[in-house]
Design a protein around this ligand. Structure first.
Ligand code: ATP
Ligand code: MG
Ligand code: MG
Length: 548
């Protein structure tokens, strides 16, 4: 286990405990169930669960489900699955919607104290009247309604007497505050919509800035960790806790968001990719979602190690996706069996090898982890090699197969290209080679050397397989801040190829992971693999210029 370098959140908690401001640590991970979790959420999950664990505290999984039009139980279920898969377990499961009655009561309390009022202005009028950095806001003509009138209107809002957008409840704070969040923020809005948890019981819903601090206070959260775009909301957070007279006082702290190169992260954008059918669902292996990464073949260990390495700070940089790839290679290096697979096959006939004969060769399962033992692979007169490993007219420094050249077949023999068979259009369809029995792998042959070693699969035992090769979804490194990302999609983000794998792959199951010699790490796709068709997802290629 890598020792984590200390970060400012850990320091804050240590000070809080040392100085008696907190006796224990309670954190929460509060996703809104309006999409699937992505790797940015993994950062928040690791931080919240990790830090509570360090201080023998607890973490709540809480669904921040205050926006019925965008939320769904499908998302609730996927979020639970993803948090568990990442290796975390929540103390208890909470839904913000379970607190609607209490939130309503606290809003009534604010009205009674003259700290909230019902406003009849439209959303647009309210937005404009809140002003800007340069300009103070303008008070609403409804700001000075009496407590009695506000109480009555708010109750009628709850009863469903008004249409969506007709009225809102606003906090009465300060329209001239330098912090625009404090210029009478909206606390409740009307939405006649069916909620995934409360059904049609409510038609008014609390806004995030009102609901979130109350949720934290109700649950006894001590350290409410969110991302830095909420830094300016903190005075409002504290205002709500204080003015609603919450017994427990939680504190909000902000850390920088995680973004990755060559993808987008926000759920709104990911949902667009799903809705526009750019990808095949939230768990498409190209998606930066937890479920996509899982289907691609990423392990929870790799994701956690990556997230830890990115650290916790106030700044939110764009992290190179190659760093994530580095961690999955590191994790799979000793775990994944090595094997050979031909992605784009070319038939080779070894003309001097006896017809009908098959021999079984010994091969290590993982030379870096000898405990994994040995496997046996067949060899005979007909094999497949990679189309790219043959060139009729090669450039200099091409050390693979070409007419007259000799290469080593991994785990087998040297073969020499003697002849090329073409179809009517001049395409190479078969290569004829001879092999040298003296050169058998493991025999200690030193008579001559060859410069190229290539992989292969014996033809009569070969198992057909589909390979799905992936490239980044987005060509540009940074697209998170742009709404133009749909115009910057990589047309080659998925390439499908049909090839062959070793015979003992016949019985693989979804999520089995392998390192294909010279190609990279692959995961058996759990969705598309059937009894007759194995589908492999490229997790990551072997080589990278990236190192940490
Ligand atoms: P998105 O914009 O992707 O929808 P969100 O912040 O609206 O993200 P929530 O469901 O509200 O999504 O997020 C739950 C928690 O995860 C929040 O505390 C949020 O701060 C955190 N979180 C979301 N995205 C990231 C990210 N990219 N990096 C770190 N933490 C994140
Ligand atoms: Mg949110
Ligand atoms: Mg969001």
């Amino acid at each position: 286990n890598k020792t984590q370098s200390s970060h400012f959140i850990r320091n804050i908690i240590m000070d809080d405990i040392k100085e008696g401001r907190a006796q224990h640590v309670v954190t929460r991970f509060p996703p809104e169930p309006n999409g699937y979790l992505h790797i940015g959420h993994a950062k928040s999950i690791c931080l919240n669960f990790g830090i509570a664990d360090e201080f023998q505290g607890r973490t709540h999984l809480r669904f921040d489900d205050t926006n019925p039009t965008k939320e769904d139980t499908e998302y609730v279920e996927s979020i639970k699955e993803d948090v568990k898969w990442l290796g975390f377990d929540w103390e208890a499961l909470y839904f913000a919607s379970d607190y609607f009655e209490e939130m309503y009561a606290r809003a009534v309390l604010l009205i009674r104290k003259g700290k909230a009022y019902v406003d009849d202005q439209t959303a647009e009028e309210i937005r404009l009247s809140r002003g800007s950095f340069e300009e103070p806001g303008k008070e609403s003509p409804y700001r000075n309604r009496s407590v009695e009138e506000n109480l009555e209107l708010f109750e009628r809002m709850r009863k469903g007497e008004f249409k969506d957008g007709e009225k809102v409840l606003r906090a009465k704070i300060d329209m001239a505050s330098p912090n625009i969040n404090m210029r009478d923020p909206v606390l409740y809005r009307i939405a006649h919509a069916t909620h995934h948890n409360t059904g049609d019981k409510w038609c008014i819903y609390p806004m995030y800035d009102f609901a979130h601090p109350l949720e934290d206070a109700i649950e006894g959260v001590t350290h409410s960790l969110c991302t830095t775009e909420f830094e300016d909301h903190r005075p409002l957070y504290d205002w709500v806790v204080a003015e609603c007279e919450m017994e427990h006082v939680p504190r909000q702290y902000e850390f920088g968001r995680l973004n990755l190169t060559n993808t987008v992260m926000s759920k709104r954008k990911l949902k667009l990719l799903v809705d526009e059918k750019v990808v095949d669902g939230w768990d498409d292996p190209r998606m930066p979602t937890i479920s996509g990464l899982r289907r691609r073949g990423y392990t929870p260990e790799a994701i956690r190690a990556f997230v830890t390495e990115t650290g916790v700070s106030k700044g939110s940089g764009v992290v190179d996706t190659r760093m994530l790839e580095y961690f999955v290679r590191e994790d799979l290096k000793l775990k994944a069996p090595r094997t050979m697979g031909v992605v784009k096959p070319l038939k080779v006939v070894i003309t001097n090898y006896p017809e009908g004969q098959v021999e079984w060769l010994d091969a290590e399962i993982n030379p870096e982890n000898p405990d994994m033992g040995m496997r046996q692979i067949p060899f005979s007169r007909e094999i497949y090699i990679e189309q790219d490993d043959f060139m009729e007219n090669p450039p200099s420094k091409y050390f693979r197969l070409f007419p007259g050249n000799e290469v080593r077949l991994k785990h087998a023999y040297f073969i020499k290209c003697e002849d090329v068979v073409k179809d009517q259009n001049g395409n190479v369809i078969e290569i004829h080679c001879t092999y040298d029995p003296e050169t058998k792998s493991g025999s200690g042959f030193t008579g001559r050397k060859v410069k190229g070693t290539i992989h292969w699969v014996e033809a009569s035992h070969a198992v057909p397989a589909e390979f799905r090769l992936y490239e980044p979804l987005i060509l540009d490194e940074e697209m998170e801040s742009s709404d133009q990302f749909l115009n910057h999609l990589n047309p080659n983000s998925l390439q499908i190829s049909n090839g062959f794998v070793e015979p003992d792959m016949k019985n693989v199951k979804g999520h089995d992971k392998f390192q294909f010699f010279r190609h990279g790490y692959f995961n058996v796709d759990p969705k598309h693999t059937t009894a007759d068709q194995i589908v492999f997802n490229l997790i990551v290629s072997l080589k990278s210029s990236f190192d940490i």
